[in-house]
Ligand binder design. Structure first.
Ligand code: FAD
Ligand code: MG
Length: 311
C-alpha cells in the first residue's frame, strides 16, 4: 500500500512537470517579424522587428531629421543655412555639423561637408551630370573647407566664413538618423530591430536570440561581398556603383575628393565600415573610399572598435 502511494506521488510529480513543459512550449509567442518601409532622405528605409511599434517610431524620427538636415528641402535648417550663411540651429543640426568638422580634421580634409558646390557642379544634386572645366573646378574649390565653418557653441549658431559656401550632409546624416532612431527605440524599451537605409544598417539587439545576418555589397551592385553577423552594431557601405555617370568611357562617381575637386578615381569599388554607431560607420565609409586602401588602415586606428572591408 505504502509502495503504490509512493508511485502515485511520483506519477503526479511527473505529470505536473510534463504539463509545465507543454505549457511553456505552447505559451511561446510566435516568432513573428514586422516590416515597415518608406522613402526618406532620398533612400529606401526598411525596419524589421518583432515589435509592431518599431517601424512607426523609426520612420517618424527619420522623417523629423529629414526636415532638418536635407539640402533638398527648401525650409530645412541646412537649406536656410546654405542661403543665409549664418543661422541659429537646433541641437541636432549643430551636433552633426560639429561631428562633421571632427571627421574633416581626422581625415585631413578627405571628409568635407562643404564639398556641396562641387557635388552640384558635377551634376550629382540635380542628377543632370556634367563634366566641368578646370576653371569651374578651381572656382568651386575656393568655397570648400570645413575649417571655414565657424561654430558658436554658446548659442548654437553656425556661420560660414565665405559667401557662397554650402554644406551637404549626404555622407553622414543617414548614419546619424540611425543612431537617433535607435535611441527612440531604446527609450520605448524596444531592444531588437534591424534598420536598413540604402547603404546603412543598424542591427539593434538580435533576431530571436541570434545576431542579425546581413549581406554587404562586393565589387558591384549584384555581388555579395560578405555576410556579416551583427548585434548592436552599424555597417555602412560607400560605393562607386550607386550614383555615377560615364563620359568618354570614364566613370565619374558621386564621392568627390575635396582636395582635387574631382570624383574619387581609385581601384576601390566599395567600402564597408562596421562601427558601434551609425554616424561613425557612415562618415568612415566615405572617408575610406576617398583615401584608398593604404591610408584606410591608418585612419581606422584613430577610431577604436571599427572595422573596414574594402572590395
Ligand atoms: P556616402 O558615401 O555616404 O555619401 C556620399 C554623398 O556625400 C555624396 O552623394 C555627396 O552628397 C556627399 N559627398 C561627396 N563627397 C564627399 C566627401 N568627400 N566628404 C563628405 N561628403 C561627400 N537625394 C535625393 O535625390 N532626393 C532627396 O530628397 C534627398 N534627400 C536627402 C536628405 C538627407 C537628409 C540626406 C542626408 C540625403 C538626401 N538625399 C536625397 C541624398 C541621397 O540619399 C544620397 O544619395 C545619399 O546621401 C548618398 O549616400 P551614400 O550612402 O550613397 O554615400
Ligand atoms: Mg557615408
Amino acid at each position: 500500500m505504502a509502495f503504490s502511494k509512493e508511485i502515485r506521488k511520483y506519477l503526479v510529480i511527473l505529470l505536473i512537470i510534463g504539463w509545465s513543459i507543454a505549457l511553456l512550449f505552447f505559451n511561446q509567442p510566435p516568432k513573428r517579424l514586422y516590416h515597415d518601409n518608406q522613402i526618406l532622405m532620398g533612400t529606401f528605409w526598411e525596419v524589421t522587428s518583432p515589435s509592431k511599434e518599431a517601424g512607426q517610431i523609426v520612420l517618424k524620427e527619420v522623417a523629423r531629421l529629414d526636415q532638418l538636415l536635407s539640402k533638398y528641402k527648401e525650409e530645412s535648417e541646412v537649406s536656410q543655412l546654405n542661403r543665409l550663411g549664418k543661422l541659429k540651429v537646433s541641437a541636432d543640426t549643430f551636433y552633426i555639423i560639429k561631428r562633421s568638422k571632427e571627421f574633416y580634421t581626422a581625415s585631413s580634409g578627405a571628409f568635407d561637408i562643404t564639398v556641396s558646390p562641387l557635388v552640384s557642379l558635377w551634376g550629382f544634386t540635380s542628377q543632370k551630370h556634367y563634366l566641368p572645366t578646370e576653371q569651374e573646378i578651381k572656382a568651386a574649390l575656393k568655397l570648400v573647407g570645413s575649417d571655414k565653418i565657424i561654430l558658436h557653441e554658446l548659442d548654437n549658431v553656425v556661420e560660414f566664413r565665405l559667401p557662397g559656401m554650402l554644406i551637404d550632409l549626404g555622407a553622414i546624416a543617414k548614419g546619424f538618423a540611425l543612431d537617433c532612431a535607435v535611441k527612440k527605440l531604446r527609450e520605448k524599451n524596444i531592444n531588437n530591430c534591424l534598420i536598413y537605409a540604402g547603404g546603412q544598417i543598424y542591427a539593434l539587439g538580435d533576431k530571436f536570440g541570434k545576431p542579425w545576418k546581413i549581406a554587404i555589397q562586393g565589387k558591384n551592385k549584384f555581388e555579395i561581398g560578405e555576410t556579416l553577423e551583427l548585434k548592436n552594431k552599424s555597417a555602412s557601405t560607400s560605393g562607386n556603383y550607386e550614383q555615377f555617370f560615364i563620359k568618354d568611357e570614364k566613370r565619374y562617381c558621386h564621392i568627390i575628393n575635396p582636395l582635387t575637386g574631382y570624383p574619387v578615381d581609385s581601384r576601390i569599388n566599395s567600402v564597408t565600415v562596421i562601427a558601434n554607431d551609425g554616424l561613425t560607420a557612415d562618415a568612415l565609409s566615405t572617408i575610406l573610399f576617398v583615401l584608398g586602401k593604404e591610408k584606410s588602415k591608418e585612419i581606422l586606428k584613430k577610431f577604436p572598435n571599427t572595422q573596414g572591408k574594402i572590395f
